[in-house]
Design a protein around this ligand. Structure first.
Ligand SMILES: [Zn+2]
Ligand SMILES: [Zn+2]
Length: 195
């Protein structure tokens, strides 16, 4: 029993390593877009295909399916698999293989669905932000509305470190009877209000 728990824990840890390393790359892709150097901007611009594919209005643009695959899905998979593979140096090999297989299943599913997976769908309105440690599909959708926030892909560790988990602009904030705040993101309404 201890052996199975140990393998499972190490597999989750390897998956976490892959996720965090990619989240850091993701953050830098956005940072490079603001660089003064054309070459660095061109590296950052690779990631813009992903944001064109699911735009800030949270609508899927099928014209960008192919570029999203080559410039985002493939790069994300490559970075995650490389980072997870580094865990062969200090974790049990079977755990690392489990993490690699799990990551490959996620990649295969996204590829099979032409990028339109559970986290990438068209929305007209998002539910209230509930917080928590894990990234939900709605949380990731917020990154497509606010590209300079919500960088994390599965665990919000990087966003907690960077303080990029909650932007202020564009929110509708309502006070509830209990005195807590209920925040609802309405990308379309936000766009209209900007005109
Ligand atoms: Zn996305
Ligand atoms: Zn992004």
């Amino acid at each position: 029993m201890f052996y199975i728990c140990s393998i499972a824990f190490q597999a989750i840890f390897a998956f976490l390593i892959g996720t965090i390393v990619f989240d850091v790359f993701h953050y830098f892709f956005h940072l490079l877009l603001k660089s003064k150097h054309k070459f660095l901007r061109s590296i950052g611009s690779l990631h813009t295909a992903h944001h064109r594919f699911l735009n800030s209005q949270l609508k899927i643009d099928r014209e960008w399916v192919k570029k999203n695959f080559y410039q985002h899905l493939l790069i994300e998979y490559g970075i995650k698999i490389s980072a997870i593979s580094a865990c062969f140096l200090f974790l049990s090999h079977i755990s690392v293989w489990i993490a690699i297989i799990f990551e490959t299943i996620i990649f295969t599913n996204a590829t099979y669905n032409r990028g339109i997976d559970a986290r990438h769908k068209s929305y007209s309105i998002l539910p209230s932000y509930l917080g928590g440690f894990l990234v939900t599909k709605y949380y990731h959708a917020l990154h497509h509305v606010y590209p300079n926030y919500f960088f994390s892909s599965y665990f919000k560790i990087l966003d907690f470190i960077l303080g990029s988990a909650q932007p202020i602009n564009g929110k509708r904030i309502a006070l509830t009877e209990m005195g807590s705040t209920d925040v609802q993101y309405t990308p379309i309404a936000r766009k209209r209000s900007c005109k």
